[in-house]
Design a protein around this ligand. Structure first.
Ligand SMILES: Nc1ncnc2c1ncn2[C@@H]1O[C@H](COP(=O)(O)OP(=O)(O)OP(=O)(O)O)[C@@H](O)[C@H]1O
Ligand SMILES: [Mg+2]
Length: 176
């Protein structure tokens, strides 16, 4: 029997490569049509404009500050009260980064699979679907894939379902 950490690592690799192949196949089935990112490149340094324009959403002043922080700094931490819109703005930031660079890699993490799938990625899926323009990428439950293996967004849970019951922390676990 392989040790747990080794098994997790193997599984991570397998799922990442499977995801890449799957997206290419899905892409082909969808007609191989690839949305260009060029019209969106103008928003590379303008996440607020991206939210207002292509996403068609209004942000609060504090949410705009968060986007500026992400644009201007390597690390941004947000402490705000319950329901203030933290997860929502994280979703906006993830889509902005993915859509305004080619290629781009976006990795999101949360303590549990539930938080990844039903909170952050639910917002991402909705924002992507309701955008005013057709955004690049094929949106999956917890990922956005393209036909470029170096251009993707994926959600990870810090705890796998294997160890979530006893609360032990393990390596990041892929959700897609
Ligand atoms: N700019 C916005 N435009 C429209 N709806 C928004 C906006 N910001 C937040 N919301 C909505 O407000 C609600 C709370 O947002 P969110 O879940 O991001 O809060 P939170 O700070 O992460 O809350 P919690 O502390 O529970 O994690 C959600 O329904 C979300 O869709
Ligand atoms: Mg939240």
């Amino acid at each position: 029997m392989l040790p747990l950490t080794f098994r997790l690592r193997l599984q991570t690799r397998f799922e990442a490569s499977f995801c890449g192949r799957l997206s290419a196949r899905l892409w082909a089935r969808l007609g191989g049509k690839r949305e260009g990112v060029k019209p969106l490149l103008q928003y590379r340094d303008d996440p607020e404009g991206f939210a207002k324009g292509p996403l068609g959403i209004k942000l609060t002043y504090k949410q705009r500050l968060v986007l500026r922080g992400i644009r201007d700094h390597k690390s941004t931490a947000v402490a705000a009260s319950h329901g203030a819109g933290k997860t929502f703005i994280a979703a906006v930031a993830a889509i902005w980064w993915y859509c305004t660079r080619e290629p781009a890699i976006v990795i999101t993490t949360a303590p549990t699979g539930h938080q990844v799938k039903n909170l952050l990625w639910r917002y991402i899926r909705t924002l992507h679907r309701n955008a005013r323009v057709r955004l690049p990428g094929l949106v999956l439950t917890v990922g956005i894939e393209s036909d470029n293996p170096d251009w993707y967004a994926r959600g990870f849970a810090a705890r796998s379902s294997l160890d979530s019951e006893n609360g032990e922390f393990s390596q990041a676990f892929p959700m897609s």
